[in-house]
Design a protein around this ligand. Structure first.
Ligand code: ATP
Length: 366
């Protein structure tokens, strides 16, 4: 059947070369193309102002694209007003009716659709169970905590069983502990309902832990789409490497490059070897390293030589900031702590940095 099986899967949402510019010249979306698969938890990730909310509002129908097309299950939807799209949105602000009860808030949209009372009661009970708020049906919305209100907002948005749920930074008003709980809850809700979730966040950790796939956005463009591991391990742009996880960059020149790998030369003259990448000798690159992929050795060891200029203890691990010899730059090395075994390195110590080839990646875009 059409739409089933991996090869023939019609996207739940497809944006094709979507442009959105606002009066005054701001281009919020610059030819954005993405496919969001049915039943996936898809995240739009990027810094403030990169266009995440604008893309969500176009999918919801609150805004019209300046150019390009938007499809739902293979049908164009730009001409449909928001209420004609089988899509709901959950906002950071909850947007509940404060003086209505929890039950009335959840039932509101269903009543508007003229659904029979008995069916509404059944759905409200089902939704309350889904978001784990059984027993709160008669409570006024403004007498609920922030986390509970967000659950009510989710129950309300899921009650009419939309095909797609859009979530615009829904957890950012919650404190850290509650946010972590709700991250887990949201993922569970998505898995249990099978509804396609499109989630907006600027928090990379939130995106990595919750998503099936992530679209990393910058300045109105989608730079890379992939599974969390893919994005983290194989960033295709310097921006993506920098935005996701911890990364240090060193200026380098490609000394030699072949099928076996690339040799880079730092400004100090020191060499670093990396896996094969498509560079010509002489190219200027930004070399990136992840602190957790590197290890410290003593001054007599193999590797890049430098001096520790800061040590930061985190409990689970310790980060050493190392100034490389010859002014080649500064990079961090993160080592896991072992109880009762402090590292034999301190501020001011001479060290070497072991850099496995797989830990090295270079970018042309500065
Ligand atoms: P944030 O995380 O801060 O919400 P965002 O990634 O969601 O940011 P958008 O809100 O989509 O970014 O904004 C993208 C760009 O479009 C910004 O430069 C913003 O100023 C501009 N913009 C958004 N809405 C409008 C509008 N109604 N009129 C003019 N410019 C707008």
């Amino acid at each position: 059947m059409l739409g089933e099986g991996v090869g023939s899967c019609i996207p739940a949402i497809e944006a094709r070369s979507v442009v959105k510019s606002f009066p005054g010249g701001a281009v919020a979306l610059d030819h954005v193309s993405i496919d969001i698969r049915p039943n996936e938890f898809f995240t739009l990730l990027g810094p403030s102002g990169c266009g995440k909310t604008t893309l969500l509002r176009l999918i919801a129908g609150f805004e019209q694209p300046t150019a390009g097309e938007i499809y739902l299950d293979g049908e164009r939807i730009e001409h449909l007003p928001p209420f004609r799209r089988p899509i709901n949105t959950v906002f950071q602000s909850y947007a509940l009716f404060p003086h209505m009860t929890v039950g009335q808030n959840i039932a509101f949209g269903l009543e508007m659709q003229g659904i029979a009372k008995a069916e509404i009661a059944r759905r409200v009970a089902e939704m309350l169970a889904l978001v784990k708020l059984e027993g709160f049906e008669g409570r006024k919305a403004d007498q609920m905590s922030g986390g509970q209100q967000q659950r009510v907002a989710l129950a309300r948005a899921l009650a009419n069983k939309p095909k797609v749920l859009l979530l615009d930074e829904p957890l950012s008003a919650l404190d850290l502990k509650l946010r972590k709980e709700m991250q887990f809850e949201l993922k569970r809700l998505q898995t249990e309902t099978g509804i396609t979730f499109v989630f907006v966040t600027h928090d990379q950790e939130e995106a990595l832990t919750m998503s099936d796939r992530i679209a990393v956005m910058s300045a109105g463009r989608v730079l890379q789409v992939g599974a969390p591991r893919d994005i983290y391990e194989n960033p295709e742009h310097r921006f993506v490497a920098d935005f996701i996880g911890e990364t240090d960059f060193l200026d380098a020149m490609v000394e030699a490059s072949d099928d076996a790998g690339v040799r880079y030369r730092l400004s100090s003259g020191a060499f670093i070897d990396g896996p094969p990448q498509d560079f010509n000798a002489g190219a200027s690159v930004a070399l990136s390293t992840r602190p957790e992929r590197l290890h410290l050795g003593d001054a007599a060891g193999d590797g890049l030589a430098g001096t520790i200029d800061a040590v930061v203890y985190f409990g689970t691990d310790t980060t050493f900031h190392v100034a490389l010899d010859g002014g080649a730059g500064s990079i961090r090395v993160r080592e896991q702590n072992i109880a009762g075994k402090p590292f034999p390195f301190d501020r001011g110590d001479r060290v070497t940095i072991q850099m496995p080839r797989a830990a090295v990646r270079a970018f042309r875009d500065f």
